[in-house]
Design a protein around this ligand. Structure first.
Ligand code: FPP
Length: 253
């Protein structure tokens, strides 16, 4: 264990009862990072790390249900991830389809409403079809809104929204004087979700990597050295416990 990881792991794990029920983040966003390194450490192919990553995501989703978190948004494939080797990209696209067919019933039963955010135009057909189907099946659920960022990049999202807005201004659908943050937010893919309260990034990296840039203006950031496949229930409780110690001022004194 190096100094970095020992600092992270020195934070103690709170029992659930220590969490303040009235201060659970409404919306948690997660950058699930470290699958490749998890596999590499074990001499396994990167694909094995992604497979374990799906299991970790299942545990985190269940824990969010338990804590009554209402929105969970995870970064599963960025607009930049197409630059990875074709084999890995194809593996991930197939893994999404496989994971949906394995867990959709369970998610639906638990009141999960699934949605993807990202550029749908360039998601491969079978993957998009599986997600469209999952969205349709879960559309009436409302226990938790589970957003999967897929082929997502925040700058691309903002640019596309700005273009759409420019079109609406040109067509006279909106008056420039009426434009405010709320109205602009509605052009984003996350239009009807509240902004994240807590953003977690695993694997020791401390970047936001083009994820929800507009939406995280006042979000509490939490970085952990734990690699995503190792991130479990206790790790999420620890992150929420840490969040509850923060003093959120939103620019006020
Ligand atoms: C980052 O680790 C992880 C990804 C790019 C993929 C995450 C995808 C999943 C966990 C599957 C999610 C499944 C569903 C159904 C949404 P990395 O490969 O960048 O790891 P490294 O930084 O160690 O190389």
């Amino acid at each position: 264990m190096n100094l970095f990881s020992s600092i992270f792991s020195s934070i103690r794990i709170p029992p659930t009862r220590k969490l303040k029920a009235g201060n659970i983040p409404l919306h948690i966003a997660i950058i699930m990072d470290g699958n490749g390194r998890w596999a590499q450490k074990r001499g396994l192919p990167r694909s094995a790390g992604h497979r374990e990553g799906v299991k970790a995501l299942r545990v985190v989703l269940r824990t969010c249900l338990e804590l009554k978190v209402r929105y969970l948004t995870v970064y599963s494939f960025s607009s930049e991830n197409w630059k990875r080797p074709t084999g890995e990209v194809n593996f991930l696209m197939d893994l999404f389809v496989e994971s949906l067919s394995r867990y959709l019933g369970e998610m639906n039963k638990n009141g999960v409403r699934l949605r993807i955010i990202g550029d749908r135009d360039t998601i491969p057909g079978p993957t998009l079809k599986a997600f469209n189907n999952a969205e349709k099946i879960t559309e009436k659920n409302e226990r938790i809104f589970f957003n999967i960022a897929l082929n997502y990049g925040s700058r691309q999202e903002i640019l596309k929204s700005a273009k759409k807005l420019a079109g609406d201004l040109k067509d006279g659908n909106i008056n420039p004087d009426d434009l405010d943050e709320k109205k602009f937010s509605n052009y984003l893919l996350t239009g009807d979700f509240p902004d994240p309260d807590l953003l977690i990034r695993t694997s020791g990296e401390r970047r936001v990597s083009n994820f929800l840039l507009w939406q995280i203006a006042y979000t509490e950031l939490y970085f952990t050295g734990t690699l995503w496949p190792d991130f479990g229930r206790n790790d999420l409780l620890k992150a929420v416990f840490d969040y509850q110690k923060r003093n959120r001022r939103f620019g006020k004194l």
